[in-house]
Design a protein around this ligand. Structure first.
Ligand code: 16G
Ligand code: MG
Length: 561
């Protein structure tokens, strides 16, 4: 059966028609415009039924196109408890190709009351265009789903099960549908990739695979040490899925080693209202203070190490308090620079003669971290647009070893074959072991955590020494509600605005009058995950940052009035 004829047979099913009718008659979504952006669809859970329907349909198309497993992750990451979202995962663990985002966006926006025939026509057009280059004839649809701990996640996961089971009944085609239940976002990426690499169609024991791949090398790192300067690791789980997985992983870990005890904080995922509230990586980074339930005295003790994960455990932030109880934030910029420094320290200079090691950041990177990379570490640095896929792409394109981190704690390291071959030829066992700790597929809070601890242990430094490597410029990130955020268009990696007209000139003026020490920077961009625009400002003093933020806020109000 040709792919389009096959799709037509699915579209004729009673299930699809009934589902369509009930979705299209929901008044909450009647005038909503849906956009599949950097993090997929993300909004209040009550508005997400149509986006989920579109996500299932695009997953179907993508599964036909690739003839491999495609994943759906149900999560809204660090967003508040009432939000939710979906994104699809490619066979090797990547995100949906950017060229397909318009297809899923178009499907979602064509669900309109009483317009089923138009919807079908549009879907078949989209399918014809999307599938035109594929040469594979889909034999078996292979779908994997996973979800975070949100209250609404279970409802969305049940819909996926119903959707794909009904397709099976409607078409009598083979479908392999596996629900992995509550997993972190990076684990779902890992699962889909494993299924593809192993060509395995049956569900496997994720916990074991994940432990063996990333925890085992960490245990080896520790067994090579004479002693550890850390006694205890405190992990703030944001009351989310990180807690579910780490509770199980901790059990396996503590049976294997007594070095560095692990204590999990903010693990109340059964109380849905607590997710990301006063805790988690986003809270810590934005407020630059300790999350709830962290003891100040313990945070001042260099033998303890503290970190926070976000709601779906793909970001991590470390922190400590200094002797005067000042907050020391160890964010994505700090992790990128620490990893860069470690590579330089563990390799002879000649190792890099024909290899390029570099760091990719976004406009949100603190200006002093960028200076530290170029002036002290003497490494190349590149600026990418916000969103992991942009940084990942630039790291792969520009470097043999590409370290990429967003300031918010989202990132990893990617290596190409040239580097891997050279590493094999060189006798650098410590670095080889270190490289095996890294989850290259996607930024993963849990694996990043062990990567950072391994470096701190090997360099024999505590969190405060790590913090003292350079001094951050005072900075603030502020949200501003505007009538229509789609009016905000940027260029130069989001560092400058093309629209609304005149606003960039106003920002330039504000920066220039507050730039006595040539350290001031400010930019505005529309959020891809919330209905706001974000203002970032940094300067030589806290007071100067405050003046810039307030003036930029006024300029935005004037430009959008
Ligand atoms: C999403 C992105 C994250 C980015 C954030 C920006 C992925 C997997 N996640 O969470 O990388 O930093 O959006 O949010 O790409 P914003 O557009 O609301 O500022
Ligand atoms: Mg996240």
């Amino acid at each position: 059966m040709s792919q389009i004829t096959y799709l037509k047979s699915i579209l004729c099913s009673d299930f699809l028609r009934d589902t369509y009718d009930s979705l299209a008659s929901n008044p909450v979504t009647e005038h909503e415009k849906f956009v599949y952006g950097t993090s997929g669809f993300r909004m209040h859970n009550e508005k997400l039924d149509i986006p989920l329907f579109a996500t299932c349909l695009i997953t179907l198309l993508r599964s036909i196109y690739c003839n491999e497993f495609i994943g759906i992750m149900i999560t809204a990451s660090h967003n508040p408890p009432q939000d939710n979202g979906f994104k699809t995962v490619e066979p090797k663990g990547e995100m949906l190709p950017q060229s397909w985002e318009k297809y899923v966006t178009s499907i979602a926006n064509s669900v309109k009351k009483g317009k089923f025939d138009e919807f079908i026509a549009n879907f078949l057009n989209v399918a014809t265009e999307a599938l035109k280059e594929t040469t594979v004839e889909g034999k078996e649809l292979k779908i994997i789903i996973g979800r975070d701990t949100r209250q609404s996640s279970e409802r969305f996961s049940s819909f996926c099960t119903k959707f794909f089971n009904n397709i099976l009944t409607a078409t009598h085609e083979k479908i392999k549908f596996i629900d992995y239940g509550v997993v972190t976002t990076p684990q779902l990426h890992f699962i889909v990739r494993k299924h593809t690499i192993k060509q395995q169609t049956d569900k496997f024991d994720i916990l074991n695979e994940y432990f063996n791949e990333f925890f085992q090398p960490f245990l080896e790192v520790m067994s090579n040490l004479k002693s550890s300067r850390f006694k205890k690791l405190y992990i703030d789980c944001a009351n989310g899925v990180g807690a579910v997985q780490l509770e199980k992983l901790k059990e396996i870990y503590s049976k294997k080693t007594k070095q560095i005890e692990i204590e999990l904080i903010n693990t109340d995922y059964d109380d849905y209202s607590k997710l990301n509230v006063d805790c988690g990586a986003d809270f810590v980074k934005t407020n630059q203070r300790l999350p709830a339930n962290v003891n100040e005295t313990l945070a001042m003790d260099g033998e303890n190490l503290f970190c926070s994960l976000d709601g779906d455990a793909d970001r991590i932030i470390f922190y400590a308090l200094d002797a005067n109880a000042n907050f020391c934030l160890l964010d994505g910029d700090r992790m990128a620079t620490l990893i860069g420094e470690y590579f330089m320290e563990k390799t002879p200079k000649s190792f890099w003669n024909d290899l390029k090691l570099g760091i990719v950041q976004t406009a949100y990177a603190n200006g002093n971290s960028t200076s530290y990379i170029t002036d002290e570490l003497k490494l190349d640095v590149k600026c990418a647009k916000t969103g992991v896929k942009n940084l990942h792409h630039d790291a792969v394109e520009n470097f043999d070893v590409g370290i990429y981190f967003e300031a918010n704690g989202h990132g990893t390291v990617v290596f190409n074959d040239l580097f891997m071959n050279k590493l094999k030829e060189s006798n650098l066992p410590e670095l080889s072991l270190f490289v095996s700790l890294i989850n290259q597929a996607v930024g993963d809070a849990i694996t990043d955590m062990f990567v950072i601890i391994a470096i701190l242990l090997n360099l024999d430094i505590d969190a405060k020494t790590w913090f003292s490597k350079y001094k951050d410029l005072p900075n603030r990130l502020v949200k501003c509600v505007v009538p229509d955020r789609s009016q905000f268009e940027t260029f130069d990696y989001e560092r400058r605005l093309a629209k609304p007209a005149g606003l960039q000139d106003a920002i330039n003026h504000i920066v220039s009058v507050n730039n006595a020490l040539h350290k001031t920077r400010s930019f505005v961009r529309a959020s891809g995950t919330e209905d706001v625009v974000r203002i970032y400002a940094e300067s030589h003093s806290v007071e100067s940052v405050e003046v810039v933020v307030q003036d930029v806020l006024k300029a935005i109000k004037a430009a959008t009035a």
